[in-house]
Design a protein around this ligand. Structure first.
Ligand code: NAD
Ligand code: FE2
Length: 371
């Protein structure tokens, strides 16, 4: 028995950003984005068609953090409440908007829910139109937001069924200005989502079909896109791959590679997409022989040649300038085992269908870390 569910309406196309006002449909909207000039000009374009937003938050930083979220929500409370939130940016903007949509005017509502699991009845669920400008997180089709508390060094997940965006409006043109490093890190995040949805207790045939398509596409397209950043066709292919990866892990959540990544991002400041992908060869090697839907799907991705799959992904990562050695991401051998231990105990680690012994053996076999 299995089930698959995703309620997000997807609008995809080159130039479709011009239709955003139709989706807002005369509702009072709040607009959320980053501080950079490119995003200010997109906001201007939108305002010329949809009128002014009732709230504008344009200081989103990477990895939404407690402190800034609380300040932003205080600012929002001074304005008229919007009927719909529009996020114009990557995962950090989409996740920020999910927090705004849930906060009901007070960040403490979200804080309490994240820290105690109680107070769900105090949370709101304002509709969201997500306009991703990166191809990676898939947050436009998931119902959770990653929230960071840098001060206490903890990463939380705000997960609520009513936080699925109403619409994901995906325009590959908006992604053409992404620099090479961001294109690579976000693209690898998508690859990680696809693979993580497969070695996952929650995998099902529909999530697996999305994951196979996404993983094959990222591995084919990303190396070419990394050297041809303005190519709209390749941007479109990556945006579709990222969407498919999102549709896959929207039903499974992530697993061990993401569980490992969170402390690496928090302690060593490694970008999310790099932190959650450098260990993929180890995970692949560790699940060979596991059978079932996972192995069948990996066979479909790697054309039936699983023994060389870890090497292929290592080669892909190296060709994109990403080291597969934990030490190169700040994790010395002495810290590695404790990190792996913690990752297996973490919520996402418990989604992983493999085991720690095989993982450590695979790491040793690949020369990624001393046993
Ligand atoms: N909710 C989910 O399902 C989910 C899934 C994966 C990751 N995440 C979270 O998403 C965050 C990462 O998001 P991200 O990787 O999309 O990056 P991001 O939103 O953190 O943005 C990083 C930088 O990219 C720049 N940028 C974004 N789009 C651009 C464009 N089109 N052109 C030029 N510059 C651009 C921004 O200015 C920003 O400084 C992390 O906090 C991660 O934990 C959430
Ligand atoms: Fe991710």
């Amino acid at each position: 028995m299995w089930h698959y569910y995703n309620p997000v309406r997807v609008e995809f196309g080159v130039g479709i950003f011009d239709d955003l006002d139709k989706l807002i449909n005369n509702r009072r909207y709040g607009l959320v984005t980053y501080p950079e000039p490119f995003f200010a000009s997109l906001c201007d374009q939108l305002q010329s068609r949809a009128g002014a937003p009732v709230v504008l938050i344009n200081d989103v930083q990477a990895n939404p953090d407690y402190r800034l979220l609380a300040q932003q929500i205080d600012r929002i409370a001074e304005d008229e409440a919007p009927d719909v939130w529009v996020s114009l940016g990557g995962g950090s903007v989409i996740d920020t908007v999910k927090v705004f949509a849930a906060a009901n005017g007070d960040f403490d509502n979200v804080r309490k829910y994240l820290e105690t699991g109680s107070g769900a009845n105090q949370l709101s669920a304002t509709p969201i139109i997500a306009v991703p400008t990166t191809a990676g997180t898939g947050s436009e089709v998931t119902c959770w937001a990653t929230v960071w508390d840098e001060v206490s060094g903890i990463k939380y997940s705000l997960a609520r069924q009513n936080l699925y965006p109403e619409v994901a409006l995906i325009d590959p043109i908006l992604m053409c200005g992404k620099p090479q490093a961001l294109t690579i890190s976000t693209g690898l995040d998508a690859l990680s989502h696809a693979l993580e949805s497969l070695w996952n207790v929650n995998a099902n045939p529909v999530s697996a079909a999305h994951a196979i398509s996404a993983a094959r596409e990222v591995m084919d397209v990303l190396p070419r896109l990394a050297n041809d950043l303005q190519n709209v066709e390749l941007r479109s292919a990556m945006a579709q791959a990222s969407l498919n990866a999102g549709l896959a892990f929207s039903n499974t959540k992530t697993a061990i590679a993401h569980s490992l990544s969170y402390p690496i991002t928090l302690k060593y400041n490694v970008q999310h997409g790099i932190a959650c992908s450098f260990s993929l060869p180890i995970v692949i090697e560790s699940v060979i022989g596991i059978g079932g839907l996972c192995e069948a799907s990996l066979n479909a991705i790697f054309d039936g040649d699983l023994p060389t799959a870890a090497k292929k992904v290592s080669h892909l990562l190296h060709s994109l300038g990403v080291s597969t050695s934990p030490a190169d991401h700040g994790v010395e051998n002495a810290a590695w085992e404790a990190l792996v231990e913690g990752a297996f105990d973490g919520e996402r680690g418990r989604n992983f269908i493999g085991n720690k012994d095989n993982f450590l053996k695979a790491a040793e076999a690949l020369g990624a870390a001393a046993a």
